[in-house]
Ligand binder design. Structure first.
Ligand code: SAH
Length: 398
């Protein structure tokens, strides 16, 4: 038996939640004392005891749980999870049929009706990410549903929550056959090496697929490209495939060098003709200014928040400054790809950062294109924070 408990929501929050916002914020709850165990079903009511929705209690950075249904009598049981996952799979039909792309998101949290649950697909392998102990309590129903609904080679999982204050390092394998890693997946005809058993990050961020394609197909040819915060060099690979004269990838992490070499190599690109630099991006900018290096295409895709030895970077506070440094080493008529995955500000504010950076630099710019999440990263309009990705291509004009 799943325990179910009433949770009263403060007046200030209940309207938004009634209109479809699925998150249960800690500060929205009148009294959190009776929330005993994660995974318990919570019945949310407003101050007048009117039903708002039913969901589960699970602590994650975003809040204390998620609404799963607006129907008072709907049961949160095997059938419930089965139907949600079935609908999500049907929605991705064009992705399953596309032979050129074999890695995509199958289930995107609240966008597909279950906040805190993500399922990604990598060429026959499925990776389930659990964002709280609460959603993890439903693992048997969810894994069974997935096994019934898809043909799979293997299933892996990532626990993205702390247990007893600790993130457990454990084997991520769940069932089926174990993969051999790197697993080579395809994206719009290019290849990526991914590792499903090596921590939270598998080697590629699938949400940037359309941005990579744009760079390869329309921006890279003949250009000198600087890819900052380059991780495994995914943008550099697409730039090189698009005919870039040369790419320079900069990332602080030591592993980024071998990972980037690997991604170039499996795409038949001579990595020795590319620059792969392990360094703090902010040092690199200073070096580039001193050496009078300039680039035709500069890609900025920093983490929302990062701490290196000397500096902390927060996208919300420091993006304008990052852009100014990028502008100073971008050629006239060159392009800057400004990207952020920070959910703490919206596209309008992000464009404000871009505008201010050019204004402060005494230059002009033209917006060429904009991207948010691709279709497989399904979002709902009632939860705007879920559509976290913002990418703007701007041209620097003299
Ligand atoms: N743009 C990448 C994803 C970036 S992930 C892609 O498309 O795949 C964030 C990366 O930023 C991590 O690899 C991390 O090592 C790097 N990073 C964080 N702070 C940095 C800094 N100050 N200088 C250089 N790299 C940094």
């Amino acid at each position: 038996m799943v325990t179910e408990t009433f949770v009263k929501i403060k007046a200030k929050y209940s309207d938004k939640m009634k209109k479809g916002n699925p998150i249960v914020l800690k500060e929205a709850i009148v009294d959190t004392d009776h929330l005993e165990s994660e995974g318990m079903i919570i019945r949310l009511v407003d101050e007048h005891d009117h039903f708002i929705g039913k969901g589960y209690y699970g602590k994650q950075n975003k809040g204390y749980g998620w609404i799963l249904t607006r129907k008072e009598n709907e049961q949160i049981n095997n059938e419930f999870f089965y139907n949600k996952i079935m609908n999500a799979i049907q929605f991705r039909k064009p992705f399953f049929e596309d032979k050129e792309t074999t890695a995509f998101r199958v289930f995107n949290g609240e966008g597909d009706g279950i906040g805190g649950l993500i399922i990604d697909y990598y060429d026959g392998y499925y990776v389930i990410s659990w964002y709280s102990l609460g959603i993890y309590q439903f693992k048997d129903s969810i894994i069974e549903a997935l096994k019934d609904l898809v043909i799979y080679k293997g299933i892996y999982q990532k626990k993205r929550f702390a247990e007893d204050g600790k993130y457990l390092e454990e084997d991520d394998f769940v069932t089926g056959e174990r993969g051999e890693f790197p697993l080579i997946v395809k994206e719009n005809g290019a290849s990526f090496a991914v590792y499903l058993n090596d921590g939270a990050m598998v080697g590629v961020f699938l949400d940037q697929r359309e941005v990579r394609k744009a760079i390869r197909d329309r921006y890279a040819n003949g250009k000198h490209v600087l890819n900052t915060f380059s991780y495994t060099g995914a943008f550099s690979v697409f730039a090189a495939l698009g005919g870039a004269a040369k790419t320079t990838s900069v990332d602080l992490a030591n592993r980024s060098r071998s990972k980037t070499i690997e991604q170039f190599s499996i795409n038949g690109i001579d990595y020795e003709a590319q620059d792969i630099i392990v360094e703090d991006v902010f040092h690199y900018f200073k070096y580039a200014v001193k050496k009078q290096l300039t680039f035709d295409l500069v890609i900025l895709d920093p983490p929302s928040f990062a701490r290196s030895k000397k500096v902390t970077f927060s996208a919300a506070k420091d993006y304008t400054n990052l852009l100014k440094q990028a502008i100073s080493i971008t050629e006239d008529d060159g392009v800057i790809v400004a990207s952020t995955n920070s959910a703490s500000f919206d596209m309008k504010k992000f464009k404000g950062f871009i505008d201010k950076a050019f204004h402060d630099s005494g230059g002009k710019y033209k917006t060429l294109e904009e991207h948010t999440l691709p279709a497989d990263f399904k979002t709902i309009k009632e939860y705007e924070e879920g559509n976290y990705l913002k990418v703007v291509f701007v041209k620097k004009i003299k």
